[in-house]
Write a protein that binds this ligand. Structure first.
Ligand code: UD1
Length: 417
């Protein structure tokens, strides 16, 4: 099991290139199941979640290769519609394969994804939407089976919550369904637009992605295409938080500034200067950050829940008291107990974290509890005095490509052992 050893205190300077978005590439990899032939995906980040997705695709019968951030997937020989437990457990978002497998095979079997490190992660919205599209669903012994032997039929679907995964599963399942599907209260995240762009390049007819009403006209079949994944806005926020807490100045290359609007306004409130170019931004931090009054996580275009831990870590050394309200996941604050080992002063009351900025943090041994919580430990460790050893870094590898190498190129003293 690898660890990150960080000797904190170095300011970060230089340039970092942001890798492709985890939350885009995973549904796009699932979407290739619907396409006939060879799909080619560029800007694919080297992440353990991507490897888990490729293993699911191989299990289904696809031939996959992954070289220099480009993945090629040949789906001609798909012969299986079941994702075994061992592969489901590797990655909760494997539920995103459901709509694609059902669309391609008329049948899909997965094990119930259960809870995860962020609290209960029900899939009731996915299941009821697929039922609306005509799937028969049976559950027994922890397995959920979906059947639509004569294919799915378009329907009107109202989501009671704008779930990212449910919106993606509906788009996937309805792309080759008969007739028209309209999703009301759809998720509007940029990753939804990326999925729709990929599918439309393959011949799908999806309109309105990025708004809360998405209309999908089902087509008979999808061909393949070449697609480049959008940059990862949460990875961008991570390198920005790491720079801000160390009082540094960096240029982020390969970002979409418009995807970072809500995140950037928090950095500006904390006293950072941000300059925008077409596909890059420059972040310059003050000597010491200021408090931010209140950050509330929300669905896009609000402040993303996944950036919450990074910003909270950054604010632990700001001047004054900041407040973070988590509105999306019930149990997102577990990493705060680990942050406390570094000397942060944070109190949690239900969905609210109260962050009293301290003058200094000190290095300690700590463990990642989840992906973004793990990255938050790295952010704090970069500004702590002395050595921090971050354990259980397999969580971080789910969502960051070469984080130690990228941070060390920016001047951090960080090693993976
Ligand atoms: C996706 C992202 C994740 C991000 C989240 C919110 C991927 C691979 N993951 O996760 O990084 O944190 O969006 O931006 O893209 N819910 C239900 N029933 C359902 C589905 C969801 O109650 O059927 C609830 C969840 O428990 C959670 C909330 O809705 O409280 C948000 O979930 P959702 O938007 O679906 O997130 P994911 O797609 O799982």
């Amino acid at each position: 099991m690898s660890k990150l050893v960080i000797n904190g205190g170095n300011r970060l300077f230089g340039e970092v290139s942001i890798h492709g978005a985890k939350n885009s590439v995973l549904p796009i990899l699932a979407a290739t199941v619907l396409c006939n032939g060879n799909s080619i995906i560029h800007n694919c980040p080297k992440l353990s979640d991507v490897n888990a997705s490729l293993n699911i695709l191989r299990h289904l019968g696809c031939n996959c290769s992954f070289k220099n951030n480009t993945v090629t997937i040949d789906t001609n020989e798909i012969r299986c519609s079941r994702i075994p437990d061992s592969l489901m457990l590797k990655m909760r978002s494997s539920v995103i394969f459901l709509g694609a497998i059902l669309g391609r095979c008329g049948n899909a079997v997965i094990s119930s994804p259960g809870g995860c490190e962020l609290g209960p992660r029900p899939i009731d919205l996915h299941i009821s939407a697929l039922k609306r599209l005509g799937a028969k669903v049976t559950e027994s012994h922890g397995l959920i089976e979906f059947n639509a032997p004569k294919g799915l039929n378009g329907a009107n679907i109202n989501l009671s919550f704008a779930s990212v995964g449910a919106t993606e599963n509906i788009i996937l399942a309805s792309s080759t369904a008969k007739g028209v599907t309209i999703i009301h209260n759809a998720a509007k995240e940029p990753e939804i637009c990326d999925l729709a762009d990929f599918l439309n390049s393959c011949g799908a007819r999806i309109f309105g992605a990025g708004t809360d009403v998405i209309t999908i006209y089902g087509v008979d079949s999808l061909k393949c295409c070449e697609h480049t994944v959008i940059p990862d806005r949460i990875a961008a926020a991570t390198y920005m938080a790491a720079t801000a807490i160390t009082g540094g100045e960096i240029t982020l290359k390969n970002v979409m500034p418009s995807h970072l609007t809500a995140i950037n306004s928090v950095f500006e409130e904390a006293g950072c200067q941000i300059k925008y170019a077409e596909k890059s931004i420059i972040v310059k931090a003050p000597q010491r950050l200021s408090r931010v009054s209140i950050v509330r996580t929300a669905i896009y275009p609000g402040f993303p829940t996944d950036a919450g831990p990074l910003i909270l870590a950054m604010l632990t050394k700001a001047r004054g008291t900041s407040i973070m309200v988590e509105n999306i996941f019930e149990n997102r604050f577990r990493y705060i107990d680990e942050l406390k080992r570094l000397g942060v002063n944070v109190r949690v009351e239900g969905r609210v974290a109260i962050v009293e900025g301290v003058d200094s943090l000190s290095g300690a041994a700590c463990k990642c509890t989840d992906l973004r919580g793990g990255a938050a430990l790295v952010v704090a460790a970069l500004a702590a005095q002395g050595v921090t050893v971050v354990g259980d870094t397999h969580h971080i590898k789910r969502g960051y490509e070469n984080i130690a190498e990228r941070l060390s190129l920016l001047g951090a003293d960080i090693k993976e052992i």
